[in-house]
Design a protein around this ligand. Sequence first.
Ligand SMILES: Cc1cc2nc3c(=O)[nH]c(=O)nc-3n(C[C@H](O)[C@H](O)[C@H](O)COP(=O)(O)OP(=O)(O)OC[C@H]3O[C@@H](n4cnc5c(N)ncnc54)[C@H](O)[C@@H]3O)c2cc1C
Length: 355
Amino acid sequence: MEKIVIIGAGLIGATLAFQLARSGRAVTVVEAGLPAAAASGRSFGWINASFALSEAHFALRVAGMAAHERLARAVPGHHRASGCLWWEETGAAFAATADRLDAAGYPVERLTRAGVLAREPALKTPPEEALFFPSEGWVDPAALTRALLAASGARVLAGVSARILVANGRASGVETPLGPIMADQVVIAAGLGAPALLAPLGLNLPMLHRPGLMLRTAPVALRLAHILAAPEQEIRQDNAGRLLAPAAAFHQSDEGGNLADPLGQAEAAMARIGGLLGLSGLWAERVVQAERPVPGDGLPVVGAVPGVAGLWLSVMHSGVTLAAIAAEGLAGEMAGQGVLPELAPFQPARLLQSA
Ligand SMILES: Cc1cc2nc3c(=O)[nH]c(=O)nc-3n(C[C@H](O)[C@H](O)[C@H](O)COP(=O)(O)OP(=O)(O)OC[C@H]3O[C@@H](n4cnc5c(N)ncnc54)[C@H](O)[C@@H]3O)c2cc1C
């Protein structure tokens, strides 16, 4: 049986482990910390394609949403097809977004204030107009990571840091404090840890610095039907009634917010949420700083590492949206089935430089 080592037990590594194990490979996942303790445990969890940086990125995200539905059939109980109410932009920018998504065939409904209130009666300050994206939704990325690892039957070694072994130009396994683990193929699904794994191989993977701050409130009685993306705040509600929100507005953007005062940021976010939903006395149950794993040009890197046979890379922001399609595509590529068309623009070779 072919042996595969995946470095990293975030959502990207776990989804790939599930995909590979289903196709009969013996998978070991090596995780320096605990599964889903890094970006995947600090994420907003929104699955969407309404935000995209390019046409190719949009097409990949749309494919990612469809792949999530396939994944949800295999591992049910995690994917919430809530839809999203969006009014992050106004005026001409709002109309341009609506037209762009309409033209691309993305499911979009244009709502007036009355339509917004009919969909989300909890809103105390509804916008004049909003877009409804019925096909968007969310998962709890940490819970899904753990479920996928369990369902995969992969061997998971937690608290074990890996270093890549190369013999005769081919990845031969990983070195760990537990000893070497030999493999036919090795996958780097290490998020921010990817550059340090590639550097000893003479390869430089540039990454952007994109800090974030994720707020989770104590449960509230009010119930939200959808993800809300307002100009001042994105919000979703988990199954226990907690509200989750990036404490700096526009969580998809390059701005990390004022991370010098995280608790102040969290208080300010709760004030914005309180205003939108008419809630007072919100309590921050969890405020966590996070770093988004964003490759140097802002786009995913998924595919073969050039120059080292049997070595693969899967690192990206929007990894919640893209985890399932990245896993399907990479598993196919590793099996010699070629590159998925949607992933072709995102091959690592475009970004990796010799150190
Ligand atoms: C604040 C925030 C909000 C976000 N919101 C969204 C969103 O709404 N929608 C969306 O699609 N995406 C979102 N993202 C992005 C998404 O969460 C990430 O793209 C995704 O979680 C990345 O998963 P990963 O498995 O690649 O990385 P990680 O979850 O970071 O996992 C990588 C793992 O690799 C391990 N590792 C690193 N080096 C080694 C080594 N040498 N040996 C062993 N293990 C190693 C680490 O310990 C870590 O556990 C958000 C991210 C953040 C931070």
